[in-house]
Design a protein around this ligand. Structure first.
Ligand code: SF4
Length: 167
């Protein structure tokens, strides 16, 4: 059997190592798993999927939340603080969905490990998938620097997480 050759693909300014599958926020591929029942389809990600094995994941659905669902944001910190039990995730009606977010992060990590993924391309600004920014519950949804809950867990486990806005 021919050996799989490692390739480096440049997608805009980001260099991706393509030997292994890449985890991708499912909504970026046009899958209707967003809180409002729609998606965040992004052509750069669709094009990547035509030449590279990608694994779609939606941490919020994996955490047991329905689609559509109420919008949620992190209260009292960032995704890393949620992992450390210092912050919570609340819906816009103050329902605590922290356990769903933690479960979704763990299930996503399992999928990454089963598939030997070392990289993820995630949707910026999401309370699960955000890479550089998230909407803050405490600031009426305004953006603050920080990462989502699943992004924080993947990074702790050594997986490189790239924002879709970097593509
Ligand atoms: S949790 Fe992530 S994959 Fe799911 S809809 Fe939100 S941004 Fe997309």
């Amino acid at each position: 059997m021919a050996a799989i050759k490692e390739k480096i693909v440049n997608v805009s300014s980001v260099a991706l190592e393509t030997k292994r599958p890449i985890l991708v926020s499912a909504c970026l591929l046009g899958i209707n798993c967003k809180y409002n029942g729609q998606n965040n389809r992004k052509e750069a990600v669709i094009n990547l999927a035509k030449s590279q094995l990608v694994i779609p994941v939606c941490p919020e659905v994996l955490g047991g939340l329905p689609t559509p669902r109420a919008p949620q944001s992190i209260a009292g910190g960032t995704g890393a603080d949620v992992l450390d039990k210092k912050a919570t995730v609340l819906t816009n009606e103050d329902v605590d969905v922290t356990e769903n977010f933690l479960r979704g992060a763990e299930e996503t990590l399992k999928i990454a490990e089963i598939n030997n993924c070392s990289q993820a391309i995630f949707k910026e600004r999401s309370p699960s998938c955000g890479v550089h920014f998230i909407h803050s519950f405490d600031k009426n949804g305004k953006l603050i620097p920080g990462e989502g809950v699943t992004t924080a867990l993947l990074k702790r486990k050594g997986i490189k997480v790239i924002s879709d806005e970097e593509l």
